[in-house]
Design a protein around this ligand. Structure first.
Ligand code: ZN
Length: 504
């Protein structure tokens, strides 16, 4: 009997995903193609679709099916079908536990808060955003209370669970603390090394047409399938997987900055290859869905940093880079260029940060968010607390709020609990990359020969095709044999940067 109920459940889930993916097409179009005057009509279209998705996601029939399937006792193990039922329950509970009034208020506040944030950032005036952040934090507290969290947990767990299912605040803190200590130490050693790469190499003139060709060439070479995806331009780079056979990437070009578009494209292509690697036969269910935002980020960061900023990668790509950019790179050696794309220095803006300091930007936000949710930090005090944290962790202080606590869009969109997934992604990436090397052998030698498919195929099999069969932590444990740990990431950073800065 439970077989037919399972089939009915998956049919409903597929329809919810199909509807949701229509919203993704509209969202992509809004960022890339839509003329400005279409904004209001688009908002109406998107809101109608979001309402339809919410209605279907909270349909009482889904609840009945889930109750029956759970009571059958046949879906309590780690089989794919059980993972699908378990995640459908998680989503159903999240959707039904939130009162409709709260959902609508959140959506209204986040639209207005984003407008206020854009204004506040332009004027670098925190007071303009402050009342909206207060409303947002109050709503997120209500949300956390409505959703609930495990015994012994904290309200922040409920927010984190939306992005990193199954991960607790305490587990994140347990790896962030030792990682922070190691990073602060490595950062200081690099600053005191007296070595500074010639970062001006990156800001020479790189004609945009050539950048477009070269980043596409690299994305294709590492394995992004352009028959099942596209790359277009948008003010904020992102990846949107619409569903089987259609994954959209965006990037932005700056004639006087090589790294932004190039590494941004590798990053988004890493996300895209995850979407393209999902098992389409499970479309609409958890097994056909990416595991968590942290695992998603592990894929983008692996291709961007572990592969793309490695010396072996440029062994292969540098001659073509010199051909594409003769004016900028004709007289520059591969070593000089490689050092320039691995320039480490404390900086104010998270999205421009290097591999070493990036995680410190994340930890600052993670700590402030928790303090906001518990009430230990009042919104009025955010700019001061932000600046203090930058002094403590990075040894610098933002001169303006625009370069400080107003730089990210997340809080205005109500996305509290999102930031930690970026640093978790870096840690997962280090662990998975080690496991790939254990299984495949000398990855650097392959990259130097331009062979990227062994790594891509390995990720397809070990990560992508497993969808949400396991939680992120469990997936990493199964693939690597180890629990989530800060150590592989620290080891990777040391092995890359100590030689570059004469520390080893
Ligand atoms: Zn990303």
């Amino acid at each position: 009997m439970s077989q037919s109920q399972y089939e009915e459940l998956t049919r409903q889930l597929v329809q919810i995903s199909l509807l949701g993916s229509c919203g993704s097409v509209l969202g992509w179009d809004e960022q890339t193609m839509m003329p400005p005057k279409g904004a209001e009509h688009r908002a109406n279209q998107s809101s109608l679709l979001a309402g339809m998705v919410h209605e279907r996601s909270t349909d009482s029939r889904l609840g009945e099916l889930l109750n029956d399937l759970e009571q059958s006792g046949e879906y309590a193990d780690e089989r794919p079908e059980s993972a699908n039922v378990r995640d459908a329950r998680r989503r159903f509970d999240r959707a039904t536990k939130l009162p409709r009034k709260l959902v609508e208020e959140m959506s209204r506040v986040s639209t207005l808060a984003q407008h206020a944030w854009v204004e506040a950032r332009k004027k670098s005036d925190f007071s303009h955003f402050q009342p909206w952040l207060e409303k947002t934090v109050a709503l997120k507290r209500e949300e956390a209370a409505a959703i609930g969290f495990a015994d012994g947990g904290v309200p922040y767990d409920a927010l984190l669970d939306e992005y990193e299912p199954g991960m607790s605040t305490a587990e994140v803190s347990a790896v962030f603390t030792p990682l922070r200590e190691g990073l602060v130490e490595l950062g200081a050693a690099i600053r005191n090394s007296g070595i500074e790469p010639d970062a001006s190499i990156i800001t020479r003139r790189y004609p945009i047409d050539a950048q477009r060709r070269f980043s596409r060439f690299a994305a294709e070479k590492i394995g992004f399938d352009f028959e099942a995806g596209r790359i277009d331009e948008a003010p904020h780079p992102f990846c949107s997987g619409f569903g089987p056979g259609d994954c959209r990437l965006t990037t932005r070009y700056d004639e006087h900055h090589f790294s932004g578009a190039f590494f941004g494209t590798l990053h988004e292509a890493g996300h895209g290859m995850y979407e393209q690697g999902l098992d389409n036969s499970y479309y609409g269910t958890a097994m056909g869905h990416s595991c968590s935002l942290g695992i998603h980020e592990s894929q983008s960061r692996m291709w961007e940093n572990f592969v793309g900023r490695g010396r072996a990668f440029w062994e292969h790509f540098y001659p073509s880079a010199q051909q594409e950019f003769p004016e900028a790179l004709g007289e520059t050696s591969a070593d000089e260029f490689h050092r320039a794309v691995n320039d480490v220095r404390s900086s104010l803006i998270r999205v421009e940060a290097d591999e070493v300091t990036y995680n410190l930007h994340i930890m600052i936000r993670f700590e402030l968010e928790q303090a906001l949710v518990t009430g230990d930090l009042s919104v009025t005090d955010v700019p001061a607390a932000w600046n203090q944290a930058y002094r403590d962790y990075l040894g610098i202080e933002p001169p303006t709020a625009a370069d400080g606590c107003l730089q990210d869009i997340h809080w205005s969109g109500g996305m509290l609990g999102y930031f930690p997934t970026y640093a978790l992604g870096n840690m997962y990436a280090a662990q998975l990359f080690n496991a790939a090397r254990r299984d495949l052998g000398d990855l650097d030698a392959m990259f130097a020969r331009g062979e990227f498919s062994p790594l891509k195929d390995w990720l397809n099999k070990n990560v992508h095709q497993r969808g949400m069969q396991y939680s992120a932590g469990r997936l990493v444990e199964i693939v690597t044999g180890e629990q989530l740990s800060h150590e592989p990431l620290l080891a990777h950073l040391k092995s890359r940067f100590e030689p570059l800065y004469g520390l080893a």
